[in-house]
Write a protein that binds this ligand. Structure first.
Ligand code: PMP
Length: 462
């Protein structure tokens, strides 16, 4: 990449940033002594910062988003062409890319039927919650309105999305919360709540049933789950879990919402994470990979049965979904999403995700064999985590500062950007996360593994 501007050319940008920007997820004190990071350009898996330094981005734009990689001119062209033709119309009007993408999306999701557009993962989940609540009002006099969420899962940043957040540190300081959200236990076998891990998947699912019975099944209308928990520590539910969850939802007439905001669009090697497990959701939400960050778009996808609840009585003004998303009417999102999906298919990126994901997992297991500090390695496709512990026997998590030091070392010494759990249980932000773009090659992954290998050696030595 030819970065024609030198360091000094960006000094004004850096100062404007330091002076006027409030960065996400940042303690700003550090910018008194160090420059903020500004990403100037990207191509494939690589990004360049304001100093012209090249980085390998192993987290797809920081938070599992840029699935098809940087610098995709055909997506930019598709968005430009659409914006010039027709950029926006909200309310009940549709658009050409909106209708076309919805058709293609549904073709990848057997059993699902309708697509509702909005523009962030939080919003997509809130739509699903509103659908549960309105069905409860229409059919159950408002009584079946509680929504269950799982410890360690995350569903978004708004107060109601946070009301369904199973990660204490991201949530606790923002109460009071929206009523009617109830937590169920996590399903991380490595940290079994029951000691014995025999039939752990069944036990973890049965724990959901216990919560339902405690709350009263006639008060619970929905259950939201990540197919594989992302920010809470890359947790794949163990064998038996999903079948039992499905049984429980059917038994108590509870709508199952699958949050595919991270796993959707090929990240785990299938179009959607739930498709690994034969799950039949009532609603599926998605955002990040839908347009790989080239435009803001999210979708709440429902079955025809859910959709039909809203047209049961056309004379009743309450029977339609009284919801709107202003920027759900922006045609840039579906235009970008259509081209994003074409790329995923034409470049066989789901197959690549399986192949390279297996290679990456094998390498991570190699690191675990070498470094005692790695207690557990988990993941599927190009979505992996390595949990760091101070002692394998007790599984005591390392202090968050240790995981941070590993991330910082990879960045400083090898220019490789990796992630770590955002906020899970208190003091347990100890899982390194890898989620490179789905175009990754084995040699890219070797570079990432070498960086982590070196970082672990140096950090442990200190
Ligand atoms: N669900 C999951 C699983 C997520 O990881 C996130 C964001 N990290 C969201 C929902 C919220 O998405 P957004 O930030 O676009 O609102």
């Amino acid at each position: 990449m030819d970065l024609t501007q030198s360091v000094n050319d960006y000094s004004e940008i850096v100062e404007n940033d330091r002076e006027f920007i409030w960065h996400h997820l940042s303690q700003h004190k550090k910018y008194e002594t160090q420059d903020p990071l500004i990403i100037i350009e990207g191509k494939g898996l690589r990004v360049w910062n304001q100093a012209g330094r090249e980085h390998l981005d192993a987290v797809s734009g920081g938070v599992w988003t840029v699935n098809v990689g940087y610098g995709r001119e055909t997506i930019a062209d598709a968005v430009r062409d659409q914006l010039v033709k027709m950029n926006y119309f909200a309310g009940s009007a549709g658009s050409i890319p909106g209708a076309t993408f919805a058709n293609q999306l549904i073709s990848k999701m057997p059993g699902m039927s309708r697509v509702y557009y909005s523009n962030s993962g939080s919003e997509a989940n809130e739509k699903a919650y509103k659908i549960v609540r309105q069905i409860s009002h229409n059919k159950h006099g408002g009584k079946k309105s509680k929504i269950l969420y799982r410890e360690r899962d995350y569903h978004g940043t708004t107060i109601t999305a946070l009301s369904s957040c199973g990660q204490g540190e991201r949530r606790d300081q923002y109460g009071p919360f929206t009523p009617g959200f109830v937590e169920v236990p996590h399903c991380l076998e490595y940290r079994s709540q029951w000691g014995d891990i025999e039939d752990y998947g069944i036990k973890a699912a049965n724990a959901i049933e216990e919560v339902i019975l405690r709350e009263g099944a006639d008060t619970v209308g929905g259950l939201i789950l990540e197919p594989i928990t992302a920010g809470g520590g890359v947790i794949e539910p163990p064998k038996g879990y999903w079948d039992r969850v499905q049984e429980i939802c059917a038994k108590y007439d509870i709508l199952l919402i699958i949050d595919e905001v991270v796993c959707g669009m090929g990240r785990t090697g299938t179009w959607f994470g739930y498709q690994h497990y034969g799950v039949k959701p009532d609603m599926v939400t998605m955002a990040k990979g839908v347009a790989s960050g080239y435009a803001a778009i999210s979708c709440t996808v429902t079955t025809e049965a859910v959709f039909n609840e809203f047209k049961a009585d056309p004379d009743d003004p309450m029977s339609y979904f009284r919801d709107i998303s202003t920027f759900g009417g922006c045609a840039a999102g579906p235009a970008a999403a259509l081209e994003n999906m074409r790329i995923l298919e034409d470049e066989n990126l789901l197959e690549n995700t399986v192949t390279i994901g297996e290679y990456l997992m094998e390498k991570l297991h190699g690191l675990k064999a070498k470094h005692q500090i790695i207690g557990d390695v988990r993941g599927k496709g190009l979505f992996c985590g390595a949990e760091l512990v101070s002692d394998r026997e007790s599984k005591m998590p390392v202090d968050e500062s240790i995981a941070q030091a590993v991330v910082a070392d990879c960045f400083a010494n090898n220019a490789v950007i990796i992630g770590m759990t955002n906020r899970s249980l208190r003091g347990m932000n100890n899982t390194l996360c890898l989620s490179p773009a789905l175009i990754s090659t084995k040699s890219d992954m070797d570079e990432v593994i070498d960086a982590i290998d070196g970082a672990l050696t140096r950090v442990v030595a200190q």
